[in-house]
Design a protein around this ligand. Structure first.
Ligand SMILES: [Cu+2]
Length: 123
């Protein structure tokens, strides 16, 4: 797991498998399903924006699913900073962020910008 500098509120990890401890409920987002330019919540089917709500300490995992060769990434907006790296085009890759402070965290895709968006609400 890599802890990023800054005023925090989150930690990011690479391929899923980190964590430990008792986090809150998890969020799960699919990235680019069926070749689409879309983030969609696996829990409530919201899309562009995908809206996931997790408890403080909860982890959201993004999973690249059936992308049909289209590249995507996850990058935060606003004053917080998290981003998957590199931009990924395959299937089955994951990116996870554990949110440790309440707030509303908006993100998009570095390739598709505002055409592909999501929000994580932490409380
Ligand atoms: Cu994209």
């Amino acid at each position: 797991m890599i802890a990023l500098a800054g005023c925090g509120g989150y930690t990011a990890s690479g391929p899923y498998g980190g964590g430990g401890g008792g986090g809150g409920p998890v969020g799960s987002v699919t990235v680019g399903n069926n070749g689409g330019i879309v983030f969609s919540s696996a829990h409530n089917s919201t899309a562009n924006p995908a809206v996931d709500t997790v408890a403080v300490g909860g982890t959201v995992t993004w999973t690249w699913t059936n992308n049909l060769g289209v590249s995507h990434s996850v990058q935060s907006q606003g004053s917080t900073a998290f981003a998957s790296s590199p931009i990924m085009s395959g299937n089955g890759q994951t990116y996870a962020v554990t949110f440790t402070a309440p707030g509303t965290y908006q993100y998009d895709c570095a390739v598709h910008g505002t055409a592909m968006t999501g929000t994580v609400v932490v409380r």
